[in-house]
Write a new protein. Structure first.
Length: 127
């Protein structure tokens, strides 16, 4: 884990991190990197929201901090395992998730990552 930061301890903190990521679309492509594969998802007031697992596992950071300091220092495997453990869920590939979530993800990611190879993506959906 990156020095000075802690992983989220609760689902509510994971949702807060996902909200932070989703709220800053102008930074999404830069934060995602070249081959993002794991995403946290939840439905919030009629909107499907998505966040990069490698970001969302951290408590109390903002996207700009992540990009500037922690993006290349963190291990995606550790963050993915932490989220799966915290939620008690397994990562589900895109082709196995609900069609509405798939369409919402396609619309979201194509806005800043038009050539994203979507069959790479896996999700954990939060209630």
């Amino acid at each position: 884990m990156a020095a000075g930061y802690k992983f989220v301890d609760t689902i509510d903190e994971l949702i807060d991190s996902t909200r932070e990521f989703h709220s800053k679309p102008k930074y999404c492509k830069e934060a995602l990197g070249k081959v993002p594969k794991y995403f946290v998802h939840f439905y919030d007031n009629g909107i499907h929201k998505f966040g990069l697992s490698k970001f969302c596992a951290f408590k109390g950071i903002i996207v700009e901090q992540y990009i500037d300091t922690y993006r290349r220092r963190t291990d995606g495997g550790k963050t993915q395992k932490h989220i799966a453990w915290l939620t008690g869920q397994k990562w589900i590939p895109l082709d196995q998730i609900d069609n509405q979530i798939r369409q919402a993800f396609d619309n979201w990611i194509s806005g800043f990552y038009p050539n994203y190879k979507q069959d790479n993506a896996s999700f954990i959906t939060l209630s």
